[in-house]
Ligand binder design. Structure first.
Ligand code: ZN
Length: 255
């Protein structure tokens, strides 16, 4: 048996027996882990109310050979979406918490067990930080989805249209889901459309930090177009729709 300590993001928890919880968490250095947190529902000292989705902190855990579940001894929480949302209005707080759950569920689907994925961890940590810090939630969500798919190598190319090989996609593009590509509007035969503003957002997302995206003002229509397109790409990639994605849509304050 061996003890580890690592920067970690909480992805999911569920009850286990009377007072214990199973915690799924993403460590910076050793990938995704599942741990038993003994007496977690009662111990504020060891878990300090930091077991909500996308909470970040230093996790201390013990691994036993031949056992899949680790023993999670404590998490010293540094950042908690729950705490960040508590000072805000009801709708905004629900919006932040809904997205924290959504980001955590995506990370849970994407992150490999027991194998470090440094870029995925940093993406989750940086977007979580901006979400807690009051960054623009919709823009952060589209940025997160873009990078998640891009890190996986499945985001459609943004440069020239692959059908005609000529027209650049700056003026707008259409998703061809079956081919996982964006084509120019002249080559497309129906499908979800991205406007010039949405294409601009994507190109900027490629070279900006979450802090820059969270502080910028983005055209709401462009974000809506991107949400529809990303939903389809993610559903295709995961071969299912995420529960938290539906919750987030229902919570959208502008509707
Ligand atoms: Zn074309």
């Amino acid at each position: 048996m061996q003890t580890y300590s690592s920067d970690a993001l909480v992805l999911r928890t569920y009850r286990y027996g009377e007072a214990d919880q199973i915690v799924v968490f993403l460590t910076e250095d050793r990938g995704k882990k599942r741990g038993v947190a003994k007496n977690a529902t009662k111990s504020r000292r060891r878990f300090g109310g930091g077991l909500e989705s996308l909470s970040r902190g230093q996790a201390a855990y013990v691994e036993h050979e031949m056992r899949e579940l680790v023993r999670l001894d404590r998490i010293e929480t540094r950042l908690s979406p729950f705490r960040a949302a508590s000072g805000r209005g009801t709708d905004e707080a629900a919006h932040v918490l809904g997205h924290a759950a959504y980001f955590a569920e995506l990370l849970d689907e994407w992150a490999p067990d027991n194998a470090a994925n440094d870029r995925l961890f940093r993406l989750g940590a940086a977007v979580g930080e901006q979400l807690c810090g009051g960054g623009a939630v919709g823009a952060l969500a589209r940025y997160f989805e873009y990078w998640l798919l891009r890190l996986e190598g499945v985001y459609p190319a943004l440069d020239a249209c692959p059908r005609c090989g000529q027209r650049v996609l700056d003026a707008g593009a259409v998703l061809v889901l079956a081919e996982r590509t964006y084509v120019c509007t002249e080559c497309a035969h129906g499908g979800p459309v991205l406007s010039a503003a949405a294409m601009k957002f994507l190109r900027e997302a490629g070279c900006r930090t979450p802090a820059e995206i969270g502080a910028a003002v983005t055209d709401p229509q462009a974000l809506l177009e991107l949400e529809r397109v990303h939903d389809r790409l993610i559903a295709m990639h995961l071969e299912k729709e995420l529960r938290s994605a539906r919750v987030v849509r229902e919570l959208r304050p502008e509707l």
